[in-house]
Design a binder for this molecule. Structure first.
Ligand code: GCW
Length: 632
């Protein structure tokens, strides 16, 4: 009887569920249009008037901290309209007290190219830049080129601004760190101004990635009669003057422009090394140019293959930057990825956060799931980011950057559940002590009409499942070349840098597997603070989730479970696949409670995820087992 009434309820409910395509993200409330809102007229007031069920009073209190808000019995108090806006969204999602952001800098990084494509974007083309078909082709495909004449989509950008403001994000870098010099040309700066004007009322500042060699191809207003320079040497007076003129040109249009993000001397990008100068020389020169206007420079530490070529790749950031610590201007921030390699499903934390002590630092997290199944796998990333904060105290950082997963797809992120990663990034940037569980629950409650309790469990288990079916026990970077999607453990191409080849990372042969990064090997362990240095260096204390990252072991080595390395791999790969099977079971059970379109779209992706997880298991186990066969 009970079952039957539940079933009837479920059917009625499913019938009621409105069609949803995910475009509204977590902001799906229907307009109520009944609350009386008193106080200053602003976006917060409009939002509350539309969506609040109760009357609200807005109050300004200039003594409060920037961006903080208080909520008390239907009264929201904040320093200014932006604080009121944060308070309004908090009230609408059910918060009843006050809050203030942990970080001042809560920034999205878009790896969007001016031709409209997105590097590592899995949700369609760029929302900011549009291209047109060019004349050149690559492998039969037309290459798109920039088209600055295309109008901007102001409505879409407003929706983007609103979504970000609702989770406290207050900055956005509009273009790829592999930056085109054209970004700084007058026609594009004008577009940036248009974006800044739309984003400003939502408390979001714009920033740009720059190409270090820009002075060699782009003129700066009022400088050198529009002529470009023959060098980008950061100590050259003309180069300094060019950047000062360029900063002036930008700030004349965008007085609250945030500053520059820089990828220099990494993966082919130009930088100060080209002129035998240091990262500090380069960063400081730019810092001086934006300083008079209050701008900052976010200088990335993701460098390898330049000054310390040949050294264990995971050591190179520390090697390059440690000697420069303290030599940077106070408006320079060193921006580092959470792990020392590259956004793998699991990495130990990046020891640059231990080694740099006198320079401001930011963490760069990757919301777009380049190495975590892209927008095809359901993988909730908050547990991974919380793991990072377990090693790097939030207080050590002045800000957080997240590589965005946003594109022109109707649902913005490709996978409906990838929206949760955008959401979680914002919430953690606001408060890094929030639990993964609390954030997931918050997101589920707002995103689905009636989220089934088990969905929370799927989200919380999903990252560990991904580690299991892709790269358990410390394996890393055994991805298919360049696309970074499926498995390619045997990957080796002689023409490419060895750091791009999976075999460099697992080093499997007939006897052993793993990368010896202890004091008898590359000594990467020495870059860690105590107690981690000692813990990781000793195979008896090194957590097994990092085993093959730090240690090289014979195939006969037994883990704590009593299983040999290959047996443990088999166990974990299988466990990962089983988890995805269970996610599918749960998703099926949730069907009556989820609107049809989103249910179908997630279901199709889960089926694919299972297929791909199986492919990982088979490919990796077959490959690694082959060494044992050979050794027999
Ligand atoms: O993860 C790697 C990506 C590159 C990216 C680079 C970086 C923007 O594969 O696509 O380039 O990192 O972070 O600079």
């Amino acid at each position: 009887m009970k079952k039957l009434s539940l079933l009837i309820l479920a059917i009625v409910f499913a019938g009621m569920a409105k069609a949803e395509d995910g475009h509204q993200l977590w902001l799906r409330q229907a307009p109520v249009n009944k609350a009386v809102v008193t106080g200053p007229e602003c976006i917060a007031a409009q939002e509350l008037r539309t969506y609040s069920k109760n009357d609200v009073t807005l109050k300004l209190d200039p003594t409060m901290e920037q961006d903080a808000y208080r909520i008390n019995n239907g009264v929201i108090t904040a320093k200014n309209e932006i604080g009121l806006l944060y308070g309004a969204y908090a009230l609408l999602r059910g918060e009843t007290t006050g809050s203030k952001p942990f970080y001042k800098l809560r920034i999205l990084n878009h790896w969007d190219n001016l031709n409209g494509t997105i590097e590592r974007g899995y949700a369609g083309l760029s929302i900011f830049w549009k291209g047109k078909p060019g004349e050149r082709k690559f492998r039969g495909h037309t290459i798109f080129v920039e088209d600055p004449d295309q109008p901007i989509d102001a409505n879409l950008i407003k929706e983007y601004a609103r979504a970000n403001a609702s989770i406290g994000i207050n900055g956005t870098v509009l273009n790829n760190v592999n930056a085109s010099p054209k970004m700084l040309s007058a026609v594009y700066i004008n577009k940036v101004k248009q974006y800044a004007d739309i984003l400003r009322p939502y408390g979001i500042k714009v920033y740009l990635s720059i190409n270090f060699a820009s002075p060699m191809s782009i003129p700066a207003k009022g400088f050198n009669k529009g002529k470009v320079l023959k060098t980008a040497d950061p100590l050259n007076p003309q180069v300094k003057a060019w950047w000062k003129a360029k900063a002036k040109e930008i700030y004349a249009l965008i007085p609250d422009f945030g500053g520059f993000l820089v990828k220099a001397n990494s993966e082919g990008q130009p930088g100060p090394f080209d002129y035998h100068r240091t990262h500090a020389d380069g960063a400081n020169m730019l810092a001086d140019a934006v300083k008079p206007f209050g701008g900052i420079i976010m200088w990335r530490s993701f460098v390898y293959g330049a000054a310390h070529k040949g050294e264990d790749r995971v050591k190179q950031a520390v090697s390059e930057f440690v000697g420069l610590d303290g030599k940077f201007r106070d408006n320079v921030i060193l921006q580092s990825k959470n792990g020392p390699l590259d956004f793998q499903p699991r990495e130990p934390y990046a020891p640059i956060f231990d080694n740099i002590k006198h320079t401001k630092q930011m963490a760069e997290l990757q919301i777009t799931q380049e190495y975590l199944g892209q927008s095809r796998h359901l993988v909730y990333l908050a547990p991974m980011w919380r793991e990072f904060f377990g090693f790097v105290a939030p207080e050590k950082l002045v800000g957080i950057a997240g590589v965005a997963n946003i594109g022109l797809d109707t649902n913005w992120c490709g996978h409906h559940f990838s929206q949760a990663n955008w959401y979680a990034f914002g919430r953690l940037a606001w408060n890094p002590t929030l639990t993964s569980e609390a954030i997931a629950q918050e997101w589920l409650d707002q995103t689905f009409e009636k989220p089934d309790g088990q969905l929370l469990s799927v989200m919380l288990r999903s990252r560990e499942a991904c580690v299991d079916y892709m790269m358990p026990i410390g394996l890393h970077h055994i991805f298919a070349f360049d696309e970074h999607y499926g498995p390619e453990p045997n990957g080796f191409i002689a023409q490419y840098p060895i750091e791009w080849c999976p075999v460099y990372y697992h080093k499997a042969n007939n006897d052993s597997i793993g990368f010896n990064r202890t004091h008898t090997g590359s000594n990467a362990t020495a870059q860690y603070r105590e107690p981690y240095c000692t813990i990781y260096d000793d195979i008896n204390t090194c957590p097994e989730r990092y085993l093959l990252w730090f240690h090289r072991v014979p195939w006969t080595y037994r883990l704590k479970s009593g299983r040999t390395v290959i047996e443990e791999m088999e166990y974990r790969y299988t466990r990962g696949v089983n988890e995805v099977e269970d996610f599918i079971r749960i998703w099926n059970e949730a069907k009556p409670y989820i609107d049809d379109q989103r249910w179908q779209e997630v279901d199709a992706r889960l089926q694919h995820q299972l297929h791909n997880a199986n492919l990982w298991r088979t490919t990796c186990l077959d490959y690694f087992k082959s060494f044992q066969e050979k050794s027999k």
